[in-house]
Design a protein around this ligand. Sequence first.
Ligand code: GLN
Length: 550
Amino acid sequence: MPLEIRDVRFVVITGGVISGIGKGTITSSLAYILRERKYKVDIVKIDPYINYDAGTMNPYQHGEVFVLSDGTEADLDLGNYERFLSRNLKSGNNLTTGKVYRWVIEKERRGDFLGSTVQIIPHVTDEIKRRIRAIGMEDNSDLVLIEVGGVVGDIESMPFLEALRQMRLEEDGKIFFIHVTYVPTLRSVGEPKTKPTQHSVKELRSIGIQPDAIIARSEIELDSDLKEKIALFTQVDEKAVISIPDVGDIFTMPLLLNDTVLPNYILDRLGLKSNESSMDFWRGVVANIKNPSQHVTIGVVGKYVQIKDSYISNEHAFMHVTGKTGIGVKLKWINSEKEDQIEDLLADVDGVLIPWGYGPRGTEGKIRAIKYARENKIPLLGICFGFQLTVIEFARNVLGLAGANSSELNPETKYPVIDLLPEQVGLTEKGGTMRLGDINVKIKKGTKAYELYGKEEIRERHRHRYEVNPKYIDEIESKGMHFSATDESGTRMEILELEDHPFFVGSQFHAEFISRPEKPSVLHEALVRAASKYNKLRRKNFIEQEKFAK
Ligand code: GLN
């Protein structure tokens, strides 16, 4: 049967007034809602910075770097999209100024422009349009949502907005523009102010884009007078001025947006049927997140704990677990640089997560946390860097290899239990030799990992350079730390687990990256279940002690 070629439609989401008002959340939520209405949805995130991708960006500025299945290092919004769409995205779903200019310059070098002067309009804008359309066509999507990063008026986003303006003419009736703005309420005045929104829409119109809908983010719900006022000043249908007051968490947004007229309004304007959707699954997830049947506290020991979104994929993975199991997870953020306080800070947790990381700062604190969890039999999950540090701690304190380390952290160490493999040496230029993306992992039967995953082959996402040094594996295993999964060749260790400990597991891969509401990360779920047991045990001990005291 010939493949039905779908007629792709586009929904553009721009931002106004200030950044950080949840444009990404709105885009992901809309994607979920439209998917629930049986449309095949794709997303393009436009990041107007000059970097080629987010790979080399500092988490202090940008939060976590998300990795796609094809190994692309991308903005963390891509992670939200994947989780809400429940599918893998690829490099083309993330457009940056760096990528677009690189493609245009490569074409120029090849002589594709036949000697003409290469300009932003039409050459750069043509490339942008071509890439956006290609995404819709490659995946045969019904709808492509395009989120433009930053705020309208930023100089960097101009070529992208110009390309989208041109698409409005070329895709007549098949493209819809949403402008997400902020309507602030000054405490001294007490009422929401629409003026910044008016200005921001004016700015958008001055570059030729008339929005079709406005989503007004605000502290308090806007009444109909205010919506009418915004509609009047911005020439947007009053129905399509949507007020979204602060919601608290990202998981509520799909329900909130679905209750507005916006989804039907968009579909109608694009000539598509509304299609019924129950949102029942999502409602169940949100109900569990809002009213968990019990609680556990997981201590997250990391260097970037004060920086919002540094561990966002882990946060979401735990939310997915709560959505599925009804066990609420409170994350206790523990700064690993507070080395001397680690044990005290861990005294009230039911489980420990040691997440990703790079470089020596704060690592000794993490190693102390690992020792504490190992010795006190507190459930622990170490991910990537966390996995490597559990090996280091074990080598130092169980094998007695004083000063054991990763050659990333101390190139002079006598016992480099974490090291580059011989074939990697000499290839260590920054960004060059990272092991990235989805790779097959083989699990050994009869292990805890096999018990959890229930199969011998899984595919998981990676982002790391260093490996467990094969020279030390036998010695480590002989003392009770087992490598229960490896890569296909058997040379790279992927999962470890400890004997005689209720739950002490590490994974070289980032289990958090492929966690989805529909399919929570197996390892995060296992940690939470172990933490729940630990918590009950502690309560029981406490009650018994109280009884005894009486
Ligand atoms: N720094 C370690 C490595 O490069 C771990 C990386 C990570 O945690 N993503 O191997």
